[in-house]
Write a protein that binds this ligand. Structure first.
Ligand SMILES: [Zn+2]
Length: 316
């Protein structure tokens, strides 16, 4: 029997954000879940509840000094964790730990064969580095998840695929010299958008040199341009033959996002999700986690993430 796609839902996830007027507000979780419910996927999905990561979980990716800094600043509840993008709001340590724990819960559910595919909105916090916050991201749930898959389950080759408008710098530099972290990222050219990294010639360092795929897109790139880039990602992942796929489905690459300049439609997200499910079936025993990532136009994020879940359901 086909098992439903797990979709995570709960106030703990909704609590990760920075309040009005920050683009990463606290309403993103609710907006998505309203749209998902309206899509009527009953039977195809099952809801699951958030879980909190332990400090030991966080230490799989982050440094102890950085975890201490977040804990301290979260208790004080003022200032910024970085240069001014990521406010140290009161309680952010717990909220960020809940995002990480929920992504790890989805890993456990998949590895226990409760499902083959899961989606975690609000997660996919790809700018957080091993020792710093950046770009609205406090703890890097997917970075922790990659290390967790290795430590707890003995998997080695983990694919990370990112179609958020911004380069996934926390993941790229966090695993820059690691050839077994299979990295493919399509993003707006860093000359025009934060964080400014992810040029095509950034292919990894040390023994990973030449193994990672960064595809910068010009401002205004549409679905047609996305498909050309995506064909390269698909080919790359197919050749890399990973054991698990982590998908960062940032919706800020859709036309009308207030802080980026790409012009895809949600069809890009739907097609990418379907293709990744085919690759997961071929190489990974079907195992894939989708995360929401960025997306600051509420209408766009609701539709794009819902299409990702629909594609997961259709592929099961
Ligand atoms: Zn983004």
């Amino acid at each position: 029997m086909v098992k439903p796609v797990l979709v995570y839902r709960g106030q703990e996830l909704a609590n990760y954000g920075f309040g009005d007027p920050h683009p990463f507000g606290l309403d993103r979780h609710g907006v998505f879940h309203d749209e998902l419910e309206a899509a009527g996927l009953d039977g195809g999905i099952e809801y699951a509840s958030p879980r909190r990561a332990s400090v030991d979980d966080l230490l799989l990716f982050h440094t102890a000094d950085y975890i201490d800094k977040v804990s301290r600043m979260s208790a004080e509840g003022r200032g910024f964790l970085d240069e001014g993008d990521t406010p140290a709001v009161a309680g952010i340590f717990d909220a960020a730990s809940d995002v990480v724990g929920t992504t790890l819960a989805s890993v456990d559910a998949i590895m226990a064969k409760e499902t083959r595919r899961a989606f975690v909105p609000i997660a996919g916090l790809h700018h957080a580095g091993r020792d710093h916050a950046a770009g609205f991201c406090v703890f890097n749930d997917l970075g922790v998840a990659a290390e967790y898959l290795r430590k707890k389950y003995g998997l080695q080759r983990i694919a990370y695929v990112d179609i958020d408008a911004h380069h996934g710098d926390g993941m790229f530099y966090g695993f820059e010299d690691d050839p077994d972290l299979v990295f493919a990222d399509i993003h707006e050219d860093g000359r025009y958008l934060y964080p400014g990294t992810g040029a095509a010639d950034e292919t990894g360092s040390g023994r990973a040199r030449g193994t990672k795929l960064n595809i910068p897109m010009p401002p205004g790139a549409d679905d047609e341009k996305f498909r050309l880039a995506w064909a390269r990602v698909e080919n790359y992942i197919d050749n890399a033959a990973p054991e698990f796929i982590l998908f960062q489905a940032g919706a800020d690459s859709l036309e009308g996002d207030p802080i980026t300049h790409l012009c895809y439609t949600e069809q890009a997200h739907a097609e990418a999700a379907s293709a990744l499910c085919r690759l997961a079936d071929k190489h990974c025993d079907g195992r894939i986690i989708g995360t929401g990532g960025g997306g600051y136009n509420r209408h766009n994020l609701a539709r794009a993430w819902t299409r990702v879940v629909q594609s997961f359901v259709a592929a099961v």
